[in-house]
Write a protein that binds this ligand. Structure first.
Ligand code: ADP
Length: 273
């Protein structure tokens, strides 16, 4: 009896620890961020605001810190030995590095990687894995989440008759849309995308780009891309980085048509690779 009570108390404690502190917030304020990898500085005094329900592209030459910044937003750099971060990242009123459990953070800020990383299980199981991990047990609710998120990811019509098949049987582009649908299944506010089309053919790429633009009505999206045309097609805002410095941040049209900084001009005219 006492054991049972103790288990219940633990569950209640865990549940209250997982109470979402972000409320409806969807924008992230980044302030005075410096990041070092074992002493080498990868981000230098970076400050800007990621706006809610917009697509923000992080651009710049290889090694300028785009992925590093993206990974900071859901604390993927925490695992890297010797990596230290200062400054703040705030979603709503909550500091992502101080006041939040990492699991809860990643439930709110999901990530889609360069290569589709479907789980080696069925399409349906990929879709219900996250909700089950967060406590959804009801079969009808799981079915509803799977269908709704596959529809949102523009994949439902292609997979609705083969949900029990392995996710690995899908094409690369379909797998990437499944990864996006899986990310949606745990109801995030922000979706981070690290070069999400770099391993895909042009048709799959354009499907993902259309999807990104559709998704911003419900989610805030941050995308790292080395493809400037892609940034122009999908992003409302663009941040240009060079050697760890944020050189310029603004409306995508302004950055590409009328950049304020000389370095930005050089980058978009192809001087830096
Ligand atoms: P980008 O995404 O713009 O290509 P990154 O954020 O990957 O740039 O890298 C920025 C800098 O940090 C580079 O100099 C890179 O070598 C370094 N870096 C990235 N990841 C690590 C790591 N895990 N350990 C040490 N240095 C790293």
């Amino acid at each position: 009896m006492e054991d049972k009570l103790a288990i219940n108390l633990i569950t209640i404690k865990q549940k209250s620890a997982l109470k979402n502190p972000f409320k409806e917030a969807r924008g992230i304020r980044i302030k005075d961020v410096n990041l070092f990898y074992a002493g080498a500085q990868a981000l230098k005094n970076v400050s800007f605001n990621i706006e809610s329900n917009k697509v923000t592209a992080l651009i710049g030459p290889s090694g300028c810190g785009k992925s590093t910044l993206l990974r900071c937003l859901n604390r993927m750099n925490d695992q890297i030995k010797g990596c230290s971060v200062s400054g703040s990242f705030t979603l709503g009123d909550t500091d992502l590095y101080r006041e939040v459990n990492v699991n809860l953070l990643r439930k709110n800020i999901g990530m889609v990687f360069q290569k589709p990383n479907v789980f080696p299980m069925s399409i349906y199981e990929n879709m219900t894995y996250g909700p089950k991990a967060y406590g959804v047990r009801d079969r009808g609710e799981l079915n509803r989440i799977a269908e709704e998120c596959l529809i949102k990811a523009n994949l439902w019509d292609e997979v609705k008759d083969r949900l029990k098949e392995s996710a690995l049987s899908l094409s690369g582009g379909q797998q990437q849309r499944l990864c996006i649908a899986r990310c949606l299944s745990i109801n995030p506010r922000v979706i981070l995308m690290d070069e999400p089309t770099s391993s895909l053919d042009p048709i799959s790429t354009s499907k993902i780009e259309e999807l990104i633009v559709e998704l911003k009505k419900d989610y805030t999206i941050v995308i790292v891309t080395h493809n400037m045309q892609q940034a122009m097609r999908v992003a409302d805002k663009t941040a240009f980085f060079l050697l760890g410095d944020l050189i310029e941040y603004g409306e995508t049209k302004q950055i590409f048509n009328k950049p304020n900084q000389e370095e930005t001009k050089k980058y978009i005219s192809g001087v830096y690779s």
